[in-house]
Design a protein around this ligand. Structure first.
Ligand code: ATP
Length: 383
């Protein structure tokens, strides 16, 4: 294999894993590259190993195997303070007795920098806290304190800023504001941000690349839209938003499409959007997102255009939530089919008990390997 010198500031994890002293493996051998200047999110449920991965980049946790590189430099065995990285934690960890200015100046003063004024003022400007410079941390809101923590880390000019659930302590509205704020700051300074979160909306709002972790492994990595539109495992399909999954069997191929049998009917799926083997008789989980589905009252079924996937059903529940109405539909292929319809022109007949046809474009359909999840389950049980 040809190797090229790597002068970039990419973070490269190669075969990195972590088994704790009690024998528990929190991170399975992992290869991951975080491109320089990107906003990268490690996303997953509690306990999936995302914080352990972040701590191995920071040097706060010794990997059991593998290497951590920052560009050309192998930092695997460097202590945290010798790595060009800084971490922002959920608990802001500000110095309570110092004012905001001095909190931000701390890193510079510790390194013996004499004139800190210009840099501190620039940093306070960046996080929009110039006016608050002489306040103490307890006089600021949670969001403002977190911005001080970010400024305090960035003033050291790290190559990489690690953020460990930094917005976890904030209420929902402030979280949303801070997500946009952090994204703005990252774009402005251009430093690589690696962000750990269990909140899929947060990861999708901020990051250009998201790695979805499950059971110490990265299940899928990609841009938020790609992960959402083309999930390759049932975990990703359900962790990022909601997916309806239909058990189906490959019948035939028709050009670039696969035709599948499901509950006595036929469904069409572009072969390129299927991560399962597509040989005849193979089992596929056919996925479709709730907002991609249109609902038509059964009396108007004749008006549905040709070429759409269709499933008949009966409305079990309809919840009006303002921007949309969320329906639960009993169908022969899936007990609780979720359909989200925007409240533009509401058909008054679409109420619980109504017979309906659900229909959607084959282009929005994705196919998952049913056997893959069974294998993963067996592996986990065996471990
Ligand atoms: P959370 O969002 O809850 O922090 P996480 O995805 O960040 O979850 P980690 O903190 O990386 O998960 O932990 C992964 C697994 O490793 C968990 O099951 C946790 O209990 C276990 N673990 C973490 N630290 C240790 C330790 N020092 N010794 C043993 N097991 C640990």
């Amino acid at each position: 294999m040809k190797t090229t010198p790597d002068n970039s500031g990419d973070v490269r994890l190669s075969g990195i894993s972590k088994t704790y002293d009690n024998g528990f493996t929190a991170v399975q051998p992992l290869d991951l590259t975080v491109p320089e200047g990107s906003f990268f999110a490690l996303l997953g449920a509690s306990g999936c190993g995302k914080t352990t991965t972040l701590r191995m980049i920071a040097g706060l946790e010794e990997p059991s195997s593998g290497t951590v590189r920052l560009g050309d430099q192998d930092v695997t065995h460097l202590p945290p303070y010798k790595r060009p990285v800084n971490t922002v934690f959920q608990s802001y960890a500000l110095f309570p007795h110092l004012d905001i200015y001095e909190n931000v100046a701390f890193g510079l003063r510790r390194r013996g920098v004499k004139s800190v004024k210009k840099q501190v003022e620039e940093m306070l400007e960046l996080v929009q806290l110039g006016e608050q410079a002489r306040k103490k941390p307890h006089q600021l809101s949670g969001g403002q304190q977190q911005r001080v923590a970010v400024a305090r880390a960035l003033i050291n000019h790290p190559k990489v800023l690690l953020l460990d659930e930094p917005l976890g302590a904030l209420d929902l509205k402030l979280r949303r504001q801070m997500q946009l704020e952090l994204k703005r700051i990252q774009t402005e300074v251009g430093i690589t941000f690696v962000h750990v979160t269990h909140d899929q909306e947060e990861a999708m709002t901020m990051a250009d690349t998201v790695a979805v972790m499950n059971g110490g492994r990265v299940e899928q990595l990609g841009a938020p839209t790609d992960l959402y539109e083309n999930p390759r495992t049932t975990f990703v399909a359900n962790f990022l938003g909601t997916s309806n999954l239909i058990e189906a069997e490959v019948d035939t191929k028709n050009g670039a499409d696969i035709v599948l049998k499901a509950g006595g009917g036929k469904l069409v799926l572009p072969e390129a959007r299927c991560s399962a083997p597509t040989t005849a008789g193979g089992k596929v989980l056919v996925g479709i997102r709730p907002e991609k589905i249109a609902l038509t009252h059964a009396d108007d079924a004749g008006s549905i255009p040709e070429g759409r996937n269709r499933v008949t059903g009966k409305i079990a529940d309809a919840s009006f939530i303002g921007v949309s109405t969320q329906y639960v539909i009993d169908t022969p292929v899936c007990d609780e089919f979720a359909v989200y319809a925007q409240n533009v022109e509401r058909d008054g007949r679409l109420v619980p008990g109504a017979d309906v046809v659900l229909h959607w474009s084959p282009a929005h359909t994705f196919g998952l390997d049913a056997a893959q999840d069974i294998d993963a389950g067996t592996e986990e049980e065996a471990a």
